[in-house]
Design a protein around this ligand. Structure first.
Ligand code: PGA
Length: 264
C-alpha cells in the first residue's frame, strides 16, 4: 500500500486529479469507479477545471461506475447518486450519460440488481481506477462495519451514524434513505487500482485502523490491505493518527529514485 501524507485538501485533490488524468491518458477507454460524498468533490472540481482549460485528456470514451445508489428515492430526486455524479463530474467532463452507470434501485428488479451491476462492470472490462472515501466508522461505500470482506454488490442497511452524516445532503437524517445498493468489498477488491482519499480530522482514527490496524470486518476499509495496488492520499488532519506517517513520507519522497511504480 502506498500512503501519501500530504498537508492540505487541495494537495490531495491535485494529486488525485493527476492520477485519474494519467489513467485516462494511458487508456482513453478507461473504466473509472467513482465515489460520491464530500471528500472527492475538490478532486472532481480540479478535473473539471483542467478540462475547461483544455489541459485535461478527452473523456468521451471513458466509462464510469458509481460505488453505490440509494433505495427509495424518486428517480428524479437530485440526491440519487446517478444525478449527483452527473452534476458533480461526468456531465462537466462531457462523458455521455449512457457510459455512466449506477446500481439500479428500481424496486421491481431489486433481487437481481446486484448481479446485474457486477455483470455490467465485467462487461466494461473491469474498473481500472476506483476512487474511494472512508466513513468515520471505517465504512467503504455503504459497507458498514460487519460487512463481509468478500461481499459483492447487494442491498445494505445504513447505520444511524451514516444517515446522520449524510443528513446535510437531505435536510434531516429522517429523509436519508435507510437502504442502498452498494458495491461489495469483494467488488472493490476486483478493481485494478484503488485510490482512497481521506481529509479532515474526523477520518483520522478510521484511516489509521484501515491502514495500520488488523484486517477485520469491524473496519471494512481494512480490506484495502488485501489489494496489491492501493494509493492512499491524506491531508494532515486525516493522517494525524498514522503511526508510520514519517516512514510513508520518506517512501514517497524517495519514490523518484526508483523505476516507475517499484514501491507500493
Ligand atoms: P464523505 O463520505 O466523503 O462525505 O466524508 C465518505 C464516506 O462516507 O465513505
Amino acid at each position: 500500500m502506498e500512503v501519501v501524507p500530504l498537508t492540505t485538501g487541495s494537495e490531495v485533490a491535485e494529486l488525485a486529479a493527476d492520477i485519474l488524468e494519467a489513467a485516462v491518458r494511458a487508456n482513453p477507454r478507461a473504466v473509472l469507479g467513482l465515489a460520491t460524498g464530500s471528500t472527492p468533490l475538490p478532486t472532481y472540481a480540479a478535473l473539471i477545471e483542467r478540462h475547461d482549460r483544455g489541459d485535461g485528456p478527452s473523456y468521451e470514451a471513458v466509462q464510469c461506475f458509481t460505488l453505490d445508489e440509494y433505495l427509495g428515492l424518486p428517480p428524479d430526486h437530485p440526491q440519487t447518486y446517478r444525478a449527483t455524479i452527473a452534476r458533480e463530474l461526468t456531465d462537466r467532463l462531457h462523458i455521455p450519460s449512457s457510459q455512466v452507470h449506477a446500481p439500479d434501485p428500481d424496486p421491481d428488479g431489486l433481487t437481481t440488481a446486484g448481479e446485474r451491476y457486477e455483470k455490467a462492470i465485467v462487461a466494461a472490462g473491469g474498473i481500472d481506477v476506483q476512487v474511494l472515501g472512508i466513513g468515520a466508522d471505517g465504512h467503504l461505500a455503504f459497507n458498514e462495519p460487519g460487512s463481509s470482506l468478500a461481499s459483492l454488490t447487494r442491498v445494505k442497511t445504513l447505520t444511524e451514524q451514516t444517515r446522520h452524516d449524510n443528513a446535510r445532503f437531505f435536510g434531516s437524517s429522517e429523509q436519508v434513505p435507510r437502504h442502498a445498493l452498494t458495491q461489495g468489498l469483494g467488488t472493490i477488491l476486483r478493481a485494478r487500482r484503488l485510490l482512497l482519499l481521506a481529509t479532515g480530522s474526523e477520518k483520522s482514527s478510521a484511516l489509521a485502523a484501515a491502514v495500520e490496524g488488523p484486517l477485520s470486518a469491524a473496519c471494512p476499509a481494512s480490506v484495502l490491505q488485501l489489494h496489491p495496488d492501493v494509493t492512499v492520499l491524506t491531508d494532515a488532519h486525516a493522517g494525524s493518527s498514522l503511526a508510520r506517517r514519517e516512514h510513508y513520507r520518506e517512501v514517497y519522497a524517495a519514490k523518484a529514485e526508483l523505476p516507475n511504480g517499484a514501491d507500493n
